[in-house]
Design a protein around this ligand. Structure first.
Ligand code: BGC
Length: 747
């Protein structure tokens, strides 16, 4: 069989090189996955120009996801074999049309790979990734990525630029909304779940997408939270905090990776061999391909590390970047660099090989149109099962931040409700940014969700109150007058979609003032006020938390936002989300995160010469891991199977958790450790495990976590990953702060 296939390839290749086959009639290269030899054969048949062509990616169509564009006739470039991939073209019909040009009109007929930012859904939009992370529900997160892949692959796409796994400790950074928050352990599990969701079991299935883990590396550590800004960071922090989710994605089998825009310690990531080759390929064994971020090869010129695109191309290729997204640097310079012997053709071959291998694995050489099926597209897009999953994911993402006197859940017997706020009947913003092909018309607004959840006799009144950052006429007063006539006020406030995302950093992350004015006026009515927050980043919620009795963080919840929020408000779903990132008390605290170090002068109340602010607490307003439920949970003291463990032991850490309230609910039981004395200083807490459990009222469950020396290991003075003997604290609880603690010794 193999011989037959190889001979078939020969025939096709020979006829392709001799130009004997009528290009309109040519059959796609019949190929089998994972056979190295045929790819090598194909590479041998390629001219240098055709090889370089495979390394080129252009944005096609009207959608630009970065600055500038290309002035070339892209279709002609495809015919000439000078394009390997397009981004931003979607649709089964549209992709097929362009694929036909590559397959039938270029000399070798190598199919294109179509990439797109499928970040939190394709047409059925799920909550922004930071919101999904708040669910701490890996299965649901994986399912969300799976559904995104099913829809996107039905619309002709092969490749998503996701998951974004950048750890973010700075909520001013607009892209915090695209990741999983501040913690490397949770972030790593979510990274793997998303890779599995997109790529499925088998990349060649026509419902899977090649994933692309990004942005490598440390993009989230931009100084001041300003997007694209400089990153200056220790090797230790990189290894302990920023790199683990990338490593987890590689272990999960991710097939591609995107280099980031930022410099790291003086060398732009896109020209950084230490990261792209030594760590990624050398240490971790990554064998997929690397794409630059949009224009990031040429951006090494303003970074000030090269003079021109010629030098930029050399630096990027030497570092390990295989594909050039939107720089035109490779197409203009690689051939000359080979001629000048600054690069070898072997290096180009290696990059081409890696890209072709993925095309083979995707099955594109078997059938380049396998993802272009208009029938499947119609059936899969906004499929009712996908919408149900999006609603479920959205309600699982929501975090109950405050609930004085059990104001929530609201009774369905309530006579009247005022639904107020710029986000209350808003179809655009719940989609968030990077909403792929999501459309506002498909979004269920909060007002719609509430109306659908209530009997028709309930009076549901709506008034916008103000816009995101301004009010027209006496909008606020009108909303207040309307609210006065009702039993309870639900106020939807926060950020518009375009306040978080790429290039959308903010120095002031309070809720815009006009919305606070609206809230103040609503609170003054004396009616109970429930704040429904919509936002893509942690906000400064001081005034709200001090003055409003109930707060639900709903993030930007996607297509089914309104239904999902109503599920939570009326208790059809008992909130179980926990914050994946700290909510600062004030901007001046940033960065504030739970796994910080102790310092030599830890804070002592009312003492001056210690590490503290004189005007605000050290702690965030709402800590990592925090989130309430409509029920309450009690934790027993921690017990161990032994008080001492040797390096080869597994320590069992036990707690009993009881539902002490009146309704069924889920709790995320979290375990943290602290190494009290190390050869290098260790964080005050590090998440090492969690279990999400459902408990009926009165029910108790015994939870067991297992710790091994691997969980206790860290990078020592020689940067070796070791567990050191000594005393440890272990903390178990329902947040990073509300915990039981115990000690054990590692011998
Ligand atoms: C972003 C990437 C994205 C790419 C393609 C860039 O501006 O940083 O995250 O995948 O554009 O749209």
């Amino acid at each position: 069989m193999r011989i037959l296939i190889l001979s078939l390839i020969w025939v096709i290749l020979l006829s392709a090189t001799s130009g004997a086959v009528d290009t309109q009639q040519r059959a796609p290269l019949k190929q089998q996955v994972n056979h190295d030899q045929p790819i090598e054969l194909l590479v041998q048949k390629m001219t240098l120009d055709e090889k370089i062509g495979q390394l080129i990616q252009y944005s096609y169509g009207s959608e630009l996801t970065g600055p500038g564009g290309v002035k070339l006739d892209i279709l002609d470039e495809i015919r000439r074999g000078r394009v390997g991939s397009l981004l931003n073209l979607t649709g089964a019909g549209a992709t097929k049309e362009i694929q036909q040009i590559a397959v039938n009109q270029s000399r070798l007929g190598i199919p294109l790979i179509f990439g797109y930012d499928v970040i939190h859904g394709f047409k059925t939009i799920f909550p922004v990734p930071l919101g999904e992370a708040a669910s701490w529900d890996l299965q649901s997160i994986q399912r969300s990525a799976r559904i995104a892949a099913i829809e996107a692959s039905a619309a002709g796409l092969h490749w998503t630029f996701a998951p974004m796994v950048d750890i973010a400790r700075d909520p001013r950074w607009g892209r915090i909304m695209e990741g999983a928050g501040e913690d490397p352990y949770l972030g790593s599990l979510i990274a793997a779940a998303r890779v599995h969701g997109f790529q499925g079991e088998n990349l060649s299935a026509d419902t899977t997408l090649l994933a692309c883990v990004k942005h490598y590396a440390a993009y989230g550590a931009a100084l001041g939270g300003r997007d694209y800004n400089t990153v200056d960071i220790s090797d230790r922090t990189l290894r302990e905090v920023y790199l683990p989710p990338f490593h987890a994605a590689v272990k999960a089998g991710v097939g591609s990776l995107m280099s980031s825009f930022n410099e790291i310690n003086g060398i732009p990531a896109t020209g950084n061999k230490y990261f792209l080759t030594d760590i990624l390929r050398g240490e971790w064994g990554f064998d997929g391909f690397i794409v630059s971020d949009w224009g990031s090869i040429q951006e090494m010129i303003p970074h000030g590390i090269v003079h021109n695109k010629y030098e930029a191309s050399e630096l990027a290729l030497q570092a390990g970047v295989d594909m050039d997204m939107m720089s035109s640097a490779y197409i203009e310079n690689l051939a000359k660099l080979v001629q000048d012997k600054r690069l070898s053709e072997k290096q180009i071959d290696a990059a081409v090989y890696r890209i072709l291998k993925m095309k083979f694995e995707l099955g594109l050489f078997d059938d380049p149109y396998r993802y272009c099926n208009t029938g499947r597209e119609k059936k899969m897009i906004l499929n009712p099962r996908h919408l149900d999953a999006a609603r479920d994911m959205a309600r699982k993402s929501m975090v109950l931040l405050k609930n004085d006197k059990n104001l929530l859940p609201l009774s369905r017997k309530i006579g009247s409700i005022a639904v107020i706020g710029p986000l209350a009947d808003n179809k655009e913003d719940p989609l968030g940014t990077w909403a792929a092909q999501g459309e506002a018309k498909d979004v269920i607004t909060l007002l719609q969700g509430i109306k659908a959840a209530l009997p028709s006799k309930t009076k549901v009144l709506y008034s916008r109150g103000c816009q995101i950052d301004k009010a027209e006429g006496n909008e606020i007063q009108e909303a207040v007058e309307l609210a006065k006539t009702t039993d309870v006020i639900i106020a939807a406030v926060g950020e518009s979609a375009m306040m978080t995302g790429e290039g959308l950093s903010r120095a002031d992350i309070r809720i815009p003032e006009v919305q606070i004015d609206l809230l103040k006026a609503l609170v003054e009515t004396g009616k109970p006020v429930v704040v429904v927050l919509m936002n893509g980043r942690p906000l400064i919620l001081r005034w709200v938390s001090e003055n409003v009795p109930a707060i639900v963080e709903t993030w930007l919840a996607g297509t089914q936002a309104g239904h999902a929020i109503a599920d939570v408000l009326f208790g059809d779903y008992n909130p179980s989300g926990k914050l994946p990132v700290s909510f600062p008390y004030a901007v001046g605290q940033i960065p504030v995160f739970y796994n910080h170090k102790n310092t030599g002068r830890p804070k002592v109340e009312n003492q001056r010469f210690c590490s503290r602010y004189t005007d605000i607490p050290n702690e965030p307003l709402y800590p990592f891991g925090y989130g309430l439920s409509y029920t309450t949970f009690a934790y027993s003291e921690i017990t161990f199977n032994k008080d001492q463990m040797v390096m080869s032991d597994t320590l069992a850490v036990n707690v009993a958790v009881t539902n002490t309230g009146k309704v069924k609910g889920e709790e995320v039981v979290q375990i943290y450790i602290q190494d009290l004395v190390g050869s290098v200083t260790r964080p005050v807490k590090e998440l090492k495990g969690f279990q999400k459990i459902m408990l009926s009222p009165g029910e108790q469950k015994n939870i067991r976590f297992k710790l091994t020396a691997t969980d206790l290991a860290f990078y020592d003075r020689e940067m070796k990953l070791v567990a050191e003997p000594g005393e440890f604290k272990v903390y178990v609880g329902g947040s990073s702060v509300d915990v039981k603690e115990a000690r054990f010794e590692l011998k």
